[in-house]
Design a protein around this ligand. Sequence first.
Ligand code: MD3
Ligand code: FE
Length: 215
Amino acid sequence: MVFIMSDLFSNSRPEKEEIYPDLFVLANFVKTETLLDEIKIITKASPFRKMMTPNGHKTGVACTNCGDYGWTSDRQGYQYSKEDPLSSKPWLAIPKQFSALAYDAAFFAGFKNFYPDACLINRYLIGTKLGSHQDKNEMDFSQPIVSVSIGLPAIFQIFGNQRSNKILEYKLEDGDVMVWGKSARLVYHGVKALDANRLAPKMSERINLTFRKSH
Ligand code: MD3
Ligand code: FE
């Protein structure tokens, strides 16, 4: 009898799993350390900030962007803008390492030629959650969305085509990449409040990169 390592761990996950129609999780797809160096550079130019929503509340998640377009929110609504409203300067370019990662992840999940023009960077501290919503500010819903989880684990929630009927929860860990396309592109989704870390890892927060073709 021959054992391979994965037989000895009950918690090991397949390298690619379709956890919901047209939604792929690439478990532990990327080493996140070098991504953090780039995020430091980006947040020096465009710091994390909580944005004002159209209904006058501030988001719990703090955001920044890189790319030709950045996702922003204010009293007027949600939009993609070429400039950081805090500095009135263009967002920094998407680092080559980021675009290569997004391209490779999309390809691995079956989506060819994914060239994102927007990278939203979300920061969750302990207790931060993201309520159920759709992403529909992009022009072309045939393009997938690629998201990268960094730092503390979080429970990702999928609601179906209605805001409130919970269908699936999935625990996202450091290095996990998700690819959403086709029928999954407009599903409602959210993130549960971030739990305090019991294992005392290096990071005390979660950062999520979301790559989109916005235009
Ligand atoms: C499913 N962010 O920024 S990323 C968001 O972890 C957002 O920060 C979450 O939802 C986060 O809008 C989840 C995964 C994600 C991104 C876009 C989607 C899931 C999606 C678009 C359609 C369906
Ligand atoms: Fe979203």
